[in-house]
Design a protein around this ligand. Structure first.
Ligand SMILES: *Cc1c(COP(=O)(O)O)cnc(C)c1O
Length: 383
């Protein structure tokens, strides 16, 4: 093919642009760790935890090895296990339900609201009843702040309180967003996040953190993070994990956190431009009142009758990458299909899995490039 006929490819997430912006500050931060050689539990880990506590308003921050470990560690700390049910949305990344299943407890899948992609509270109530009918003890609910937008935390907490559940917020995609003026990290018993590179606040490898205001829970989490260590380091008092965040990743995150608010503002501008450019041809994401988003993804729904594979291929031919989060909801996947779903089924999750598609989204998407994406979407729909 002629070079001139092939449009310059657009990155889906531009981690390199951020790397160029941070340049020397990251290089210096990493060099400091290479010099002091405290690769585990170095001073940057404590400094990052303090900075994250300040940023979110949470009393305790316990960094850990991944977002999945963050979820798992809270469930372990609360002795979740066989016979227990934990309610979670089905339309999410698999780690949400996986952490539950790893403890031996039963994930019970709940539907989502089609306009926000977040947990449907009527389905949550039905899911609790479904769990009880199956002889399980409902113990916890894991709302997910999907694609960066806060879930309806007040409504979920009210149900959790009435049903005797604790709330573990999965903010792996939503950290940095707020709900009715409160930053994620301060809602529910605990909040888990991920620093996987593609998340809104990512490191250069795997990482995660847990946020809580509960002193006893924070102590237990710090013990679980190091194999269940007790006050005598040779007498482990519970089961735990190798759950620590590396010093190197903490050093990187300290620098990235300094520009995070600025990046969130830039992501919101990108989202606004998409909504203005595409709102009359596809279903664009809607923010619920009182909720903000950090736009981990910009996910649209295609009109009925549009072939999604053909649409993605048409964009690809224009150099525009897309991704589908999620072609299968959790209850439709091989490893999870035998777990219960809330009474009434999960029709919204199934419809979304059929018609969503995500467009390039990051803080460094300039207007001209974004205009190319918008025009490519519009022309693919007319074809
Ligand atoms: C990424 C993600 C996780 C898991 O995070 P890892 O750091 O990859 O383990 C959990 N939940 C959701 C919703 C995610 O998007």
């Amino acid at each position: 093919m002629n070079q001139h006929m092939r449009p310059e490819p657009v990155p889906f997430i531009d981690i390199a642009a951020q790397r160029r912006r941070l340049g020397k500050s990251i290089d210096d931060a990493v060099a400091r760790v290479l010099n002091h050689c405290q690769f585990i539990n170095g001073p940057e880990v404590t400094a990052l935890e303090a900075a994250l506590a300040e940023f979110s308003g949470a009393r305790h921050v316990v960094t850990c090895a991944s977002g999945t470990d963050a979820l798992l560690m809270v469930l372990m700390a609360r002795n979740i296990g066989p016979g227990d049910a934990v309610l979670c949305p089905s339309f999410t990344f698999c780690a949400t339900g996986e952490a539950v299943a790893l403890t031996g407890a039963t994930p019970v899948f709940v539907d989502v609201d089609e306009s926000t992609f977040n947990m449907d509270t009527a389905s949550l109530t039905r899911g609790v009843a479904t769990a009880r009918q199956r002889g399980l003890t409902p113990r916890a609910v894991i709302p997910v702040d999907l694609f960066g937008q806060a879930a309806d935390h007040d409504a979920i907490s009210a149900i959790a309180e009435a049903e005797g559940l604790f709330v573990l917020d999965d903010a792996a995609q939503g950290f940095g967003a707020s709900y009715k003026g409160r930053k994620l990290g301060t809602l529910g018993l605990a909040t888990a996040t991920s620093f996987f590179p593609a998340k809104p606040l990512g490191c250069f490898g795997d990482g995660g953190a847990i946020f809580t205001d509960d002193d006893a829970l924070a102590d237990t989490l710090r013990s679980i993070r190091v194999h269940g260590q007790g006050s005598d380091k040779y007498d482990n008092v519970r089961l735990g994990l190798t759950g620590r965040l590396d010093t190197m990743q903490a050093a990187v995150l300290i620098e990235k956190l300094k520009i995070f608010e600025d990046e969130i503002a830039a992501r919101n501008e990108v989202a606004d431009r998409y909504s203005r450019g595409l709102g009359n041809v596809v279903t664009v994401p809607r923010l619920a009142s009182g909720c903000t988003s950090v736009w981990a993804q910009y996910t649209i729904r295609l009109p009925k009758g549009i072939d999604r594979d053909g649409f993605a291929a048409a964009l690809k031919a224009q150099g525009i990458p897309t991704a589908i989060y999620y072609t299968k909801s959790m209850h439709q996947q091989t490893a999870y299909r035998d777990y219960p779903v809330a009474d009434g089924g999960l029709p919204a999750s199934e419809r979304l899995s059929d018609d969503v598609i995500s467009l390039p989204m990051h803080a460094y998407l300039d207007e001209a490039t974004q205009e190319r994406v918008i025009q490519a979407v519009r022309s693919a729909l007319q074809a």
